[in-house]
Design a protein around this ligand. Sequence first.
Ligand code: FAD
Length: 415
Amino acid sequence: MSLSSAAGVNIIGAGLAGSLLAILLAKRGFKVTVYERRADPRLAVVDGGRSINLALAARGIRGLELAGVLGRVMKFAIPMRGRMVHEHDGAAALQLYGVRPDEVIYSVARSELNRVLIEAADEMPNVAFRFGQLCLGLAHEKNVLELRDEVTGHIYHADAQPSIATDGAGSAVRDALVAREVATVREELLDHEYKELTIPPVDGKPALEVNALHIWPRGGFMLIALPNPDATFTATLFLARSGANSFEGLGSQAAVEEFFAREFPSANALMPDLVREFLEHPQGSLGTVYTKGWHLNGEVLLLGDAAHAIVPFHGQGMNCAFEDCAELDRLMDEHHGWAGLFEAFEHTRRPNTDAIAQMALENYVEMREAVLDPDYRRKKAEAEELEKKDPNFIPRYSMVMFHPEIPYREAQARK
Ligand SMILES: Cc1cc2nc3c(=O)[nH]c(=O)nc-3n(C[C@H](O)[C@H](O)[C@H](O)COP(=O)(O)OP(=O)(O)OC[C@H]3O[C@@H](n4cnc5c(N)ncnc54)[C@H](O)[C@@H]3O)c2cc1C
């Protein structure tokens, strides 16, 4: 089927990638229908258990700019100039992310970002959102979507016409492609998990430096905190699931109190509601999803986390998903049929998403351990000096975060 003859395009999942993609496809004139399992987040309380705020960097910014929504997002984005590393003795030092003033990343609230993207898409006359519709996969015999209305329980089919699945790391559409032996998937679960906590304001003011991403690195594990517009910080503990110093050992009030007082005394003092939050908040798992075979004919395509979920330590999952959207949009200028477009998309994107998956895993060690190492700090300082003198020298972290013109694969190879 040619791009121009498509009656419309379905998107499965109105998360970050799905809602941005809806805008880009609608701008190209397609009639877009977005099926989302949750209720409309503009009307309902957003479900918990997902990260509360995210680091937005240049690749994500590029996607938002292309869709014409960057201005709306920047209204609630908080610039973070570097990592504030909090040592055990309470000393804290800022390690700048870049050498130029504009080399900053931004803390954005996931729920607010998603709401703004849905709002912007919904303002377009050729986008229709269908909330409360769970995609069950592809119907047996044909490539049609099988959906269930979450209110009535009614199961029905929708023509693939084609369909782009942005239904996240646990994608039902990916499962359907695997069941049909179109795709193969390898899911590598990390043996570390995460839990989110709150650092409230002190006397109405932020308890920490606002324009920084805070890290309390402790070798085998770490606590991080990102600022929110309401003067709170969302702190995230990344810790082994089991063994010494693990979530398994933190099942009681006494154990939580003792662990935080011992490992994070300075952060502990800022979290008056720590124990209640710790015992009540969900514990999230982390992993990498490697998929091969992202598409079926010109009818189905996986994009974003549905195709390639990664661990969050480079702050790139959403940025990469937004870059996916921009790349698909770019490739539409070069391809006239959906099958060729989808094939080209996987061909160009997969080497890059494999590269960021690897770099994200490596960055966990850098964040929780290397930033404390004097040798690492010396090398980083030297790299900064070199970068100031020679504009052709760009450290790998900067390539990933601030240079969207350098593909992930190249950043990984150049090192
Ligand atoms: C702790 C943590 C911290 C993170 N921090 C960062 C960060 O700082 N920076 C960054 O760039 N990335 C970060 N990420 C990664 C980022 O959250 C994801 O990469 C991003 O959300 C992917 O967007 P997506 O649209 O592909 O999937 P999602 O945002 O997960 O959206 C999927 C959507 O599909 C819907 N859906 C799911 N299944 C179905 C179904 N069967 N039928 C219909 N709808 C369905 C869901 O309800 C959801 O709305 C982090 C992730 C975690 C877990």
